[in-house]
Design a protein around this ligand. Structure first.
Ligand code: SAH
Length: 277
């Protein structure tokens, strides 16, 4: 989710007692039920998910397409990111995968611009909402409940563009997601990731401001330690043979409640990568 929040009345999860203080590094999270010896009891392909994170979005999913719901920042971001994708990559005629598609705001919008879109998510409820919405819009999107890692084992080298927006900060091992996205790309294909930087400014705006002072986002939506610095993203992408093309800031204007692309990357940002051909 972006750093600006919604007019949420009920938190998606019980509020944390207090926001986490900024630390310097990314914390390694427990990924699920562990055996006494510390081994995670999950299959390799589905291990990179935090069920509590998915549950937050499942609880709110019915309101996904309500532009005044908790998801209003995603609604407000959509035109900006859609234009960015169309300008930089071009959507018409492209085969696109939207990883962590949620209720399908971006997937549908890309399909409406002429792309052939597959949307994947590990939340059943957001996917059900996304599928229902297709009846209303008349747009075609193929929605599947599968992880990026599992899909990469099935469909490596298949997509012209992989989008992964506002997801990486909810995943235990974002580098694994990035590797899977890279594998899913055709040679020369492009990937766009958006997330929140791990800076004091992001801590102040995205957590203290949006979740605690202004009650704009449900408390517990974001965990500071999971925010990602652009340099970390670029490093993980490089390991996955993705070359960074550009990193752009995404700025929120609280008066207009709108987002735009702007140079500072200290809070929200998007990054464009290309797989070698
Ligand atoms: N990308 C969408 C939705 C962002 S909300 C948009 O920007 O409009 C984050 C989404 O990620 C939720 O739908 C949640 O269910 C999903 N999610 C969380 N962890 C996931 C994981 N490990 N794999 C795939 N999706 C995940």
């Amino acid at each position: 989710m972006p750093a600006a929040g919604a007019n949420a009345s009920a938190p998606a999860t019980p509020p944390a007692p207090h926001p986490e203080p900024p630390g310097t590094g990314r914390r390694v999270y427990n990924r699920g039920p562990s055996k006494p010896n510390g081994q995670v009891q999950m299959s390799q392909q589905d291990a990179n998910v935090d069920p509590a994170e998915v549950a937050k979005f499942e609880a709110l999913a019915a309101r996904w397409w309500d532009p005044e719901s908790e998801f209003w920042p995603l609604h407000r971001m959509n035109p900006m990111r859609l234009d960015y994708l169309d300008e930089r990559v071009g959507l018409a005629g492209k085969r696109v995968l939207d990883v962590g598609c949620g209720g399908g705001l971006l997937s549908e919008a890309m399909a409406a611009r002429g792309a052939t879109v597959t949307g994947i998510d590990l939340g059943e409820a957001p996917l059900a909402v996304a599928r229902l919405h297709l009846h209303e819009s008349g747009v075609e999107v193929d929605y599947r409940c599968i992880s990026a890692e599992a899909l990469a084992a099935e469909q490596a080298g298949s997509y012209d563009l992989v989008t992964c927006m506002e997801l990486l900060e909810h995943v235990p091992e974002p580098d694994s997601t990035i590797r899977a996205c890279a594998r899913l790309l055709k040679p020369g294909g492009q990937a766009v990731f958006s997330t929140i930087n791990r800076t004091p400014q992001a801590y102040l705006f995205a957590i203290v401001g949006a979740e605690y002072l202004l009650n704009m986002l449900p408390r517990g939506t974001h965990q500071y330690a999971r925010f990602i610095r652009p340099a970390e993203m670029v490093r993980w992408a490089r390991v996955a043979a993705l070359e960074a093309r550009e990193v752009v800031g995404v700025r929120f204007n609280p008066l207009a409640r709108s987002f735009r692309v702007a140079p500072p990357t200290d809070i929200n940002y998007m990054a464009l990568f290309q797989r070698g051909s």
